[in-house]
Design a protein around this ligand. Structure first.
Ligand code: GLN
Length: 240
């Protein structure tokens, strides 16, 4: 029997988990099983001790108020997350947490919610909300489909690259067609939906990186993705 385990840390499920972002954890759990691993999910909320031996980090979006609630705690664990990121731990952070993995999110009323600067990125709240279905494209993952709803507009700097370029929708902001961010093995994205059920390539990439780091290799198993493919097709046909 294969007893290789992979531990997923879910950041702030209580305050940062909207539009089905929890689905990203469910997909990683299920696909880890399908690839022959035993998944362990550890929920992390403000004030919890930060667990050892984390292989994957996942976090979701939240209202500005949710971001405010977790800010102090995030700044406290920021150096630990920074070390994990620099060591190559695969991470996926959506919308509200994506913004706080950059330098800051300045809300519309001028309040600055400080981030942990894993991404060289700044986010500014604007009066226009960017809402609707979105399709982007990346060389590595092909078309990425999801749903966005944010007032913050994010601008990437320095060596932080976009995850993808926008085909339909807004993405990081209304100006440069960038969507999301990529640095080390950390992915930030505005795409809810949730993201991984309709974009299993990203899930498998995270699993492969985690397995290679922990066990030195990854041999994917064949997974029947016809339902995910149908969901992608239908989502891509939906109007904005
Ligand atoms: N509160 C942030 C914004 O509006 C993030 C929203 C979200 O996570 N969906 O930009």
């Amino acid at each position: 029997m294969n007893e290789r385990s992979i531990t997923i840390l879910q950041l702030y499920p209580r305050d940062m988990n909207i539009y089905g972002d929890n689905g990203n954890v469910l997909v990683l759990k299920k696909r880890l099983e399908w690839h022959g691993f035993t998944p362990i999910v550890v929920e992390y909320n403000p004030g919890d001790p930060f667990p050892d031996d984390i292989d994957i980090v996942v976090g979701g979006g939240g209202q500005d108020s949710g971001q405010g609630k977790i800010q102090d705690d995030l700044l406290r664990i920021g150096p630990t997350l920074q070390n994990l990121a620099q060591a190559g731990t695969p991470m996926l952070v959506i919308c509200g947490l994506y913004q706080l993995f950059g330098h800051f999110f300045e809300t519309q009323d001028g309040t600055r919610i400080e981030g942990i600067s894993i991404f060289d990125a700044e986010t500014y709240g604007k009066s226009e909300r960017l809402i609707g279905n979105i399709v982007t494209h990346s060389e590595e993952f092909g078309n990425i489909v999801g749903y966005e709803n944010h007032s913050g507009q994010t601008f990437l700097r320095g060596d932080t690259k976009p995850l993808a370029m926008v085909k339909t929708g807004a993405g990081n902001n209304t100006l440069d067609k960038h969507e999301g961010a990529r640095k080390y093995n950390v992915i930030g994205s505005y795409l809810h939906g949730s993201l991984l059920p309709k974009n299993p390539k990203i899930a498998d990439w995270m699993i492969a990186e985690a397995a290679k780091r922990k066990y030195g290799e990854f041999t994917p198993r064949n997974i029947d993705d016809h339902i995910a493919k149908a969901a992608r097709r239908i989502a891509m046909k939906r109007p904005r």
